[in-house]
Ligand binder design. Structure first.
Ligand SMILES: Nc1ncnc2c1ncn2[C@@H]1O[C@H](COP(=O)(O)OP(=O)(O)OP(=O)(O)O)[C@@H](O)[C@H]1O
Ligand SMILES: [Mg+2]
Ligand SMILES: [Zn+2]
Length: 453
């Protein structure tokens, strides 16, 4: 069957039968992308039966139509299991452990008598088996297929009728409907579309592995993220063994969940106590180090915020570097410290880092950032066994944050004795069952400063 393709400008939608460097419609360069000409292809039309509107109350409940993974952490990031008929994209840098994560999940599915088809366009069957042996893949209906042609993959999938489909990776597979090479925007999108159709028609969850570039963007178009139901990111540091799995988009669950794993010889192992893990190497009584009780997803996490303030060599334009924190928010907090606490940073470089490569994106870390900076500047450590949380406003006021009790409990469970909290959170805390530790409530940064130093 011959498929027609057409080149479409991603900017203005101009169509052209052949590739052009410059769009005749809008004059932009390199915006024409090859696509299967769905409009003229009768095959595309017959793929789906024409839909008819259904009365709301006649629609069957779908909430329970998930299959659970044995890996509880992975499960949670998905929002409580893999939804039948959903397409999940898992992105990560080369070598981070994407194949390991999904082969482990496949192993667990198969062990529970679920038929799994694991398709690899990157490795031979022998290579996958080598990894599988290390991960303890046993007997079970796990089928491996080494193939790069999408149409052949779909044909095999239709024969095997798996209950879970894994495609490793989306960039290595190509559709023969298009002349573009694998990994190009057109191909990646076509692969996603066909697998999406397979997943929906057969009501199976499908996992796509995607490589992401060093800059952190998924190779392939932004529109790939629109096609799939769930986008998960698998990240970690080169020289650390831990890996973080988190949701970037989830049509069936929250995106704030994250799971932490440790990579070892036998594969990925969930880390049951992330707080302890991230605080393991924390120096005690070092200026500039503050522990914040933050919320990651549904779970509290203690993380260490580190600040280093040192006189600059770049007079007039001192450095401001942040890792793991929002840069603009941090600049705002520095301005608050200057204005409300009367410190001047004009001649200082300031580096801020969240230890262990964690990213914190909630304002509840503000107070910790402020205290870390001041601690480093004054070269005075924060008393050990002290954790803090609280949002800081432009007038230097410390504002209440969500889930104060969960934050306190996490601190208590890790042996912290003192927690600095926003005054506004006290009422909620008194209503709950507060763990036995000293709670110091503050109204503004000045009060926090006096209390700590
Ligand atoms: N024997 C081993 N012991 C410990 N860790 C191992 C062992 N073998 C492999 N690894 C880890 O597994 C990682 C590779 O995992 P995996 O192949 O699943 O990654 P990937 O993201 O699929 O990579 P790629 O981008 O190449 O497809 C290695 O970087 C290494 O950290
Ligand atoms: Mg791989
Ligand atoms: Zn155009």
């Amino acid at each position: 069957m011959k498929h027609r393709t057409v080149f479409i400008c991603q900017g203005c939608g101009t169509r052209s039968p052949k590739w052009l460097g410059r769009c005749p419609g809008c004059g932009e360069w390199n915006t024409l992308i090859e696509e299967v000409d769905e409009e003229r292809s009768p095959a595309a039309e017959s793929a789906f039966a024409p839909a008819e509107p259904l009365r709301y109350s006649d629609i069957k409940e779908t909430e329970s139509q998930r299959i659970e993974l044995d890996n509880q952490e992975f499960n949670k990031v998905l929002g409580g299991g893999a939804v039948l008929g959903s397409l999940v994209l898992i992105g990560g840098e080369p070598g981070i452990g994407k194949s390991t994560l999904l082969l482990q999940a496949s192993r667990d599915f198969a062990a529970r008598d679920r038929r799994v088809l694991y398709v690899s366009g990157e490795e031979s069957l022998a290579q996958i088996k080598l990894r599988g042996d290390r991960l303890g893949v046993g007997d079970g209906a796990l089928y491996l297929l080494a193939e790069t042609n999408l149409e052949r993959i779909v044909a095999q999938a239709e024969k095997v009728r798996p209950q879970v489909l894994v495609l490793d990776s989306i960039q290595s597979v190509y559709s023969s409907k298009l002349s573009s090479s694998p990994g190009t925007i057109s191909q990646v999108r076509e692969v996603a579309n066909q697998i999406f159709r397979f997943a929906k028609t057969n009501q199976v969850p499908a996992f796509l592995i995607g490589h992401i570039t060093k800059e952190g963007s998924l190779a392939g178009p932004k529109s790939l993220e629109h096609i799939v139901d769930v986008v998960l990111l698998f990240e970690g540091e080169r020289d650390h063994s831990y890996r973080i799995l988190r949701a970037l988009k989830n049509r069936f669950g929250p995106v704030s969940e994250m799971a932490i794993f440790e990579m070892g010889g036998a594969g990925l192992q969930a880390i049951p106590n992330p707080s302890a893990f991230f605080l393991k190497e924390r120096p005690t009584d070092e200026p500039g180090s503050v522990v914040v009780s933050t919320i990651k997803g549904s779970r509290p996490l203690l993380a260490e915020i580190q600040a280093l303030v040192s006189s600059t060599l770049f007079v007039g334009s001192p450095r401001r570097m942040t890792i793991g924190l929002d840069h603009f928010r941090t600049s705002m907090l520095l301005a608050v410290v200057e204005k409300k606490l009367g410190f001047g940073f004009g001649g200082e470089d300031i580096y801020l880092n969240v230890a262990g490569g964690v990213t914190i994106d909630e304002p509840a870390a503000d107070l910790a950032v402020v205290l870390a900076v001041v601690s480093s500047l004054k070269n005075r450590p924060i008393p050990s066994r002290t954790a803090v949380f609280g949002e800081v406003g432009l007038s230097g006021e410390v504002r209440s944050v969500g889930q104060p009790l969960a934050r306190l409990k996490e601190a208590a469970s890790l042996g912290f004795e003192r927690v600095v909290v926003p005054q506004g959170n006290l009422v909620q805390l008194e209503k709950g069952e507060t763990p036995s530790l000293e709670v110091l409530a503050v109204r503004d940064v000045r009060q926090a400063f006096k209390l700590i130093f």
